[in-house]
Design a protein around this ligand. Structure first.
Ligand code: SF4
Ligand code: ZN
Ligand code: ZN
Length: 320
């Protein structure tokens, strides 16, 4: 029996929306997906006309869909934004070099400017070299700290007002549960904000970071990319251990199977908790070595780099 779309009641439906469980047609799915992101942007006043926006582009599904949707909404609703792709090359052979090829394809497809910054140029080390030094224990801590600053540096170089990242609702729900499970109230309050950095709530980010996919489900991003025939790079990083996040991810996937709205409910719960947490924000200052915003006299990136250069990288670092 032919089933019709529950939204338009007109076209044949063959998509079950992961977020709502509703049976809808392809066109209605595209519209719902894009309009929800537009609503998130408008209701949170994410942009001002004329801003230059760096879109963090990794070649993965989230950033590929982000570029597509932002390009579309910017034209459709005349946001008046200048979008620029910003990629960070961590120097991971067989992973990032391949995924950057996808970003270059996107650049051509959408006709946007692209800037690639590498760890090698910024810090003198590739992740391949760092992993050789430190092994596979704290590699993501180094990589995460360097990437944060690299994005900041890139956006500043490009004279951008804001940075967009493709963090989706699943990522945010995971981070919320991770922060609850380790009692990190400062990060719990921070991870649920749609805007961090700049004058916002982050410690080491200079330029505001925005998450337009805050309420967008990972499964819907994959579905959207599939039906729009977007090409993205889907291989996992070869250095990805991150056992803690992996466990939380599994937990969320299990809960989602039973109750799809759980992901967004976790985010809404954390928003309420965050309002009630009175955490002291770290004082901001400039790093005495690199000049970037920091919560200490030496920023995390310079601190790690210093240890790396002195051949003492195996510092006791808190697992992510
Ligand atoms: Fe870097 Fe770890 Fe992510 Fe690989 S998994 S890109 S090493 S943070
Ligand atoms: Zn429809
Ligand atoms: Zn520094």
């Amino acid at each position: 029996m032919v089933k019709f779309c529950e939204t338009c009641k007109d076209k044949k439906a063959f998509i079950v929306r992961p977020k709502t469980g509703k049976l809808i047609c392809q066109e209605c799915f595209f519209t719902a997906f894009e309009e929800e992101i537009h609503y998130t942007i408008i209701s949170n006043n994410l942009f001002k006309r004329g801003e230059r926006i760096a879109v963090g582009a990794s070649g993965g599904k989230d950033s590929t869909v982000l570029i597509h949707v932002m390009n579309h909404l910017n034209k459709k609703y005349d946001y008046g934004l200048e979008l620029i792709l910003l990629s960070i090359d961590e120097g991971i052979t067989g992973y990032r070099d391949d995924s950057l090829e996808t970003v270059k394809d996107n650049q051509v497809t959408y006709g946007l400017q692209l800037k690639i910054l590498s760890y090698k140029d910024l810090y003198g080390w590739t992740m391949d070299e760092i992993v050789k030094q430190i092994g596979l224990n704290n590699n993501c801590t180094f990589c995460g700290v360097f990437r944060r600053q690299a994005l900041d540096r890139g956006a500043q170089l490009l004279n951008c007002d804001k940075i967009l990242t493709g963090h989706n609702a699943d990522d945010i729900a995971e981070t919320i549960l991770m922060n609850i499970a380790r009692g990190d109230f400062f990060r719990l309050g921070r991870c649920v904000q749609i805007t961090t950095g700049g004058d916002g709530v982050d410690d080491d980010d200079h330029i505001p970071r925005l998450k337009p996919f805050k309420y967008t489900y990972e499964k819907e991003i994959v579905l959207y990319a599939y039906h729009k025939k977007l090409v993205y790079f889907s291989t996992e990083c070869i250095y990805s251990p991150n056992a803690y996040r992996g466990h939380v991810r599994e937990l969320i996937k299990d809960i989602e199977k039973v109750r799809p709205s759980s992901i967004v409910d976790i985010i809404h719960s954390a928003e309420q908790i965050a309002i009630n947490i009175n955490v002291k924000l770290p004082k901001k200052m400039k790093c005495t070595q690199c000049g970037f915003v920091s919560s200490n006299s030496i920023c995390k990136a310079c601190g790690l780099l210093d240890k790396l250069n002195k051949g003492k990288p195996k510092v006791a670092l808190k697992a992510e």
